[in-house]
Design a protein around this ligand. Structure first.
Ligand code: ADP
Ligand code: MG
Length: 259
């Protein structure tokens, strides 16, 4: 059984990409077979896993708009996860898809092809772009659950209501089984009461589960992407790496309960 999670928040800089790379690497450490899908034309996930998008002949864009099988595009990475990489061409895919029938289902259909190629994954993590456009809606349509990374210190929760409206629409029209797994507090400075208060307010206001533990804010994260590895490899025993390992463990527990 594959568990597919969309990591979404239309706000940029809330650690969507960092969370996908780190949770993916942590799941792989646990022996899980993991596919990460880069759905952001900025290709930050692809780059942060040590792959230069400029060197790629084919990418997720060819899968979503040209009918290429994902198995022909997927790459192995040093972090032990497989990657369906993106390039800037994905920006054009977003525009192309706008006029296509069934556009909400393109990612779901592509992931179904994995089974034909005997590529069985325990986890597929979808790194959404910072918008509620076609690609995010298609990711939510393909997902069993959505994780919402949230930076607690700022007013970044203002967009949460809008994101939940989109989730609600997706449930009504394209994916009835979509579940909100919860908010993942990121860039968390637990020393301030403010961060804690904001977190409690958000989870109360929107009746959302909080995925534990919060990911602490640490400089180590700035260094990892340049090394082409996730923080789990570059700073194995840092607080950030430990927090992501714990989050991954909690996600595995939840998947087991459901499955
Ligand atoms: P998004 O994908 O939501 O735009 P990113 O994952 O690219 O966000 O993260 C935005 C920036 O924040 C990046 O420079 C990243 O290195 C940094 N960052 C992410 N998580 C942390 C953290 N826990 N502590 C410090 N910096 C972080
Ligand atoms: Mg990102």
């Amino acid at each position: 059984m594959t568990t597919t999670l969309a990591v979404a928040n239309q706000k940029g800089g809330v650690a969507k990409t960092t969370s996908v790379a780190s949770i993916g690497a942590a799941l792989a450490e646990q022996g899980q077979r993991v596919l990460l899908v880069d759905l952001d034309p900025q290709a930050c996930l692809t780059f942060s896993l040590g792959i230069d998008p400029e060197d790629l002949e084919v990418s997720v864009h060819h899968v979503l708009t040209k009918g290429l099988a994902p198995g022909d595009v997927i790459l192995e990475t040093d972090d032990g996860v497989d990657l369906l990489p993106a390039t800037i061409e994905l920006a054009r895919a977003e525009a192309d898809l706008l006029t296509r029938t069934g556009r909400e289902h393109v990612i779901k259909a592509a992931l179904e092809l994995l089974e034909d190629d005997d590529l069985a994954y325990d986890w597929v993590l979808l790194d959404c772009p910072p918008s509620l456009g076609v690609l995010t809606v298609a990711a939510l349509t393909a997902a069993d659950g959505v994780l919402i990374p949230l930076q607690c210190e700022t007013l970044s929760h203002r967009g949460v209501g809008q994101l939940l409206d989109t989730v609600h629409d997706v449930r009504r029209f394209t994916n009835r089984r979509l579940a909100v797994w919860g908010v993942l507090p990121t860039l968390y400075d637990g020393r301030t009461n403010h961060a804690r208060t904001v977190l409690e307010t958000i989870s109360d206001t929107y009746e959302l589960d909080v995925i534990e533990p919060p990911i602490p804010k640490t400089i180590k994260f700035a260094e990892a992407p340049a090394a082409g590895r996730s923080i789990l490899a570059t700073s194995r025993s840092s607080k950030g790496a430990k927090a992501y390992r714990e989050v991954a463990g909690n996600l595995m527990t939840r998947a087991r309960k459901k499955g």
